[in-house]
Design a protein around this ligand. Structure first.
Ligand SMILES: Cc1cc2nc3c(=O)[nH]c(=O)nc-3n(C[C@H](O)[C@H](O)[C@H](O)COP(=O)(O)O)c2cc1C
Length: 178
């Protein structure tokens, strides 16, 4: 199947992208076709709430989302959300991508995309991923996404910390089995 990996960190070789690389390694071994998209480095502007799209039409903003990413999302079978935790939440760049679902929410909902979540945080506490995970689950419920797995990498504050964590293997294994 086609898998779209949405990376969102400013650190190209940072911890969240390390998990993405492991996921991709596993998914390629299982024969999937991967498209990587760096949300952080794309020109994707926030939804302005004008409602001109009526939740089912072109967005008035002719940026990378409208020109490229929307088409990639429609064409893919699975979306992988890759992110560092920022103040207990999704980083703004990736949340912006979700907000821009607005112009095709009904269409996207009926597509029943498969999804996964790969996230890292410095802290290794019970609560550090609470909002990140709750939001992901709510999004899956609302958008009728089919969750294929989550990696919540606590104690992954630097590439060195992440490299020796068990989360590298977890990400690889989700890629292998999807
Ligand atoms: C703006 C900002 C906010 C952050 N907020 C949190 C946080 O709430 N909890 C936490 O444990 N780590 C937090 N961190 C640390 C990052 O999540 C962590 O260093 C992560 O490994 C960075 O991933 P990356 O290498 O993919 O960018 C924050 C880092 C930044 C830059």
């Amino acid at each position: 199947m086609k898998i779209l990996v949405l990376k969102s960190s400013g650190n190209k070789r940072g911890s969240s992208n390390m998990l993405a690389d492991e996921f991709i390694r596993g998914a390629k071994e299982s024969g999937h076709e991967i498209t990587e998209y760096d949300v952080f480095r794309a020109d994707i502007r926030p939804c302005i709430g004008c409602n001109r799209c009526g939740m089912d039409g072109p967005c008035v903003q002719k940026d990378d989302y409208e020109k490229t990413l929307k088409g990639l999302i429609k064409a893919t079978d699975m979306i992988v959300f890759v992110m560092p935790v920022y103040y207990y939440n999704w980083p703004a760049q990736l949340k912006t991508v979700v907000d821009r679902f607005y112009s095709f929410t009904p269409e996207l909902t009926y597509m029943h995309k498969k999804t996964a979540l790969l996230s890292v945080a410095w802290d290794d506490t019970d609560t550090v991923f609470a909002v990140v995970e709750a939001y992901y689950r709510q999004l899956c419920s609302y958008m009728d996404f089919r969750d294929q797995g989550t990696v919540l990498g606590g104690g992954c504050g630097t590439p060195a910390m992440t490299r020796q964590s068990r989360y590298m293997k977890d990400a690889y294994e989700i890629g292998r089995r999807v």
